[in-house]
Design a binder for this molecule. Sequence first.
Ligand SMILES: C[S@@+](CC[C@H](N)C(=O)[O-])C[C@H]1O[C@@H](n2cnc3c(N)ncnc32)[C@H](O)[C@@H]1O
Length: 191
Amino acid sequence: MRYSQIIDAIHEIQPKSILEVGTWNGHRAVSMCEIALKYDLNVSYLGFDLFEEADAETDAYELNVKAHNSKQSVKEMLERNLPSVTVNLVRGNTNDTLKGFKGRYDFAFIDGGHSVDTIINDGDNTSHIPFRLFDDYYIPDKQGRCPDLTKYGCNSYIESLDRNLYDVTILEKADPIKQGGFTQLVKVIIK
Ligand SMILES: C[S@@+](CC[C@H](N)C(=O)[O-])C[C@H]1O[C@@H](n2cnc3c(N)ncnc32)[C@H](O)[C@@H]1O
């Protein structure tokens, strides 16, 4: 349910350049770029993921439940579905690959590792991007169940942001998490 808000955001800012942390199988990249292409024929996409470097250890640490994909198979799928888009993919742990990142992008979707320290790393290294959406803002359900916010989710990063520098909005639509609690998207715009 919450993902329709990503499409709304792309319509809103009409980005020419899109960055995604957590490309996974590439389907989100296709849906985001297809909307961006309605506004500009020159769209570029940069995606970061562990790809085949993901293993049982990173799944446990990052609370990842999704299947692993190879960088090559995702690249081929993106080139087939987005022939006019300049696609670049970066394989590896963003705690290494995003360090010191200075690339200029109009829009970023931050949805990689779920550990607090990885999300802080991903947030800090994309802090110059004017419009960002973060997944994995967790809130408790009626039974009070919620992932451990000291270990997982973007809540700590979002709460640390200086409100004099950023407009921060927790988006309305919440999806249930299997283990209990809900997850939402957060919009972060440089003022
Ligand atoms: C929830 S999935 C991304 C889903 C995708 N953004 C979408 O909307 O369909 C998270 C992805 O982040 C990747 N990931 C997890 N931890 C990572 C890390 N530390 N560095 C890079 N990628 C990571 C996983 O391999 C997985 O593909």
